[in-house]
Design a protein around this ligand. Structure first.
Ligand code: ZN
Length: 463
């Protein structure tokens, strides 16, 4: 059997032209399953020829239309015929780009000769926006090499090599970032908007921040560098992710500011920032908003430190033979710690930690060596927790109350973002090494892809 695919093109003038694209043939009576239906290789040929035919036809009509002088309606003389190559998802197409002598009626001077090339003016990039978008999306989702392989396997896209995927991903990232910076600048323009009084405390945007380490390329000054990842949540808005490598981001605060603005935040509105105790993170939010930020220390990080104290205490109580000096009072204090911190009684927690420490020190003096190591560890853990509480004094809240109000108290959701943004693409186990700039750019595209704002934005940008 044989199949021929013909393309019938009808120009706007009504002319019809038929082109034969491909012919597929199979044995009259098939013998295996592989002979049934269309094959990938045939599909690629078909798509490539269809694309070439359609594109060349469109460009030819465009050139013909622009050959007519817009002022007097006369055909402008042909100067020469050149070609231009355009990369598309369905192959590279060589199109004719004729140059015309500008109509005499529009020549700037009687003896001057100006040429125009309407096709070159149309083809502003070497590739179609769709090819760029697909390459960037795949490049953000998986390794550049893998992305190129997937494209090359399924489509006649060209070129499908990792270098072009990388270049396109970076180019798209730069535009996303520029767009964010522009959006951030616009917020400044509407400073002191009258509706800010309407921003109720209950609907305050929450920024959850967390850091992640990425392995650096050999030759870089440090082995690992940090990426800041986070999420902005605000009632009635889809969650928005953001990520940046501070050392290479042109305006790190602008990226966060654009994310906040996207969530309905306006200049002057208060923002809640939950982070792990690194003072640089709430500071970033402060510079993004330029105003009031309510910092909250992540409950999970605080709770982990309480857990360390509890664990050492349990070890002490399980010692055989039991310690001579009673640690009963210290044990009661340890059991209260979590409750005190959960309900916002940091002062009482610090007092309890002081009592536990002094009792543990007494126990070291009075008791036998087996206890000593454990008691010293208890002292160390308590000191650690106490200094953690003290250094985050302004960020400790009544967690219980906030939790009962249904508001977030932990960056656990931000940690999920770190996993989605960084770990899945830049995992150390995959032996991937990154330059801070490369990582930063991939993160911009990846955040946009995961948020579902990529397709729309990228097409808009490329237009
Ligand atoms: Zn003219």
């Amino acid at each position: 059997m044989q199949w021929t695919v013909r393309l019938e093109a009808r120009t706007s003038a009504g002319e019809v032209e038929t082109t034969e694209l491909v012919t597929f043939s199979r044995p009259g009576v098939v013998s295996t399953l592989t002979e049934i239906g269309l094959l990938l290789v045939e599909t690629k040929t078909l798509l490539a020829r269809l694309q070439a035919s359609m594109l060349c036809g469109q460009v030819a009509e465009y050139a013909a239309h622009h050959r007519v002088c817009a002022a007097c309606g006369i055909l402008q003389p042909l100067k020469d015929r050149r070609t231009r190559r355009l990369q598309t998802l369905f192959g590279t197409v060589e199109v004719e780009a004729p140059r015309f002598k500008l109509c005499r009626c529009r020549q700037p001077a009687p003896m001057a000769e100006v040429t125009v090339s309407p096709v070159c003016a149309l083809l502003t990039a070497r590739c179609t926006p769709e090819l760029e978008r697909v390459q960037a999306e795949l490049g953000a989702r998986t390794s550049f090499r893998e992305a190129a392989r997937i494209l090359g396997t399924l489509l006649p896209a060209s070129p499908a090599n990792q270098e072009s995927v990388r270049t396109r991903t970076h180019a798209v990232a730069l535009r996303i970032e520029a767009d964010d910076r522009q959006a951030a600048a616009e917020v400044t323009a509407v400073r002191d908007a009258p509706d800010k009084a309407a921003a109720a405390d209950a609907s305050r945007p929450v920024v959850m921040l967390d850091g992640a380490y990425i392995r650096a390329v050999p030759g870089h000054q440090v082995r690992n560098f940090e990426a800041i990842c986070g999420k902005v949540e605000h009632e009635g808005h889809p969650t928005r992710r953001f990520a940046l490598v501070r050392s290479v981001a042109e305006q790190p605060h602008a990226l966060l500011r654009a994310a906040l603005q996207d969530q309905g935040w306006r200049e002057g509105d208060a923002v809640t920032a939950i982070s792990d105790g690194d003072p640089a993170l709430p500071a970033l939010v402060r510079s993004a908003t330029g105003g009031s930020v309510e910092p909250i220390l992540d409950w999970f990080h605080l709770s982990m430190r309480v857990h360390h104290v509890e664990q050492v205490m349990r070890g002490l109580c399980a010692l055989e033979p039991p310690p001579l000096a009673s640690l009963d009072l210290a044990q009661i204090d340890v059991e209260r710690l979590r409750h005190l911190l959960w309900n916002g009684h940091q002062d009482k927690a610090c007092e309890a930690l002081g009592r536990i420490t002094s009792e543990a020190k007494d126990a070291i003096v009075l008791n036998n060596p087996p206890l000593e190591a454990n008691a010293r560890r208890l002292v160390a853990r308590c000191t650690e927790l106490r200094s953690y509480i003290e250094s985050n004094e302004g960020a400790l809240i009544d967690y219980g109350e906030r939790y009962r109000a249904g508001k977030p108290i932990s960056t656990s959701r931000a940690e999920g973002t770190v996993n989605q943004l960084v770990s899945a693409r830049m995992n150390k186990r995959r032996q991937m090494r990154w330059s801070p700039r490369g990582a930063h750019r991939v993160l911009q595209v990846r955040a946009a892809v995961l948020d579902g704002r990529f397709g729309h934005q990228a097409l808009q940008l490329a237009a």
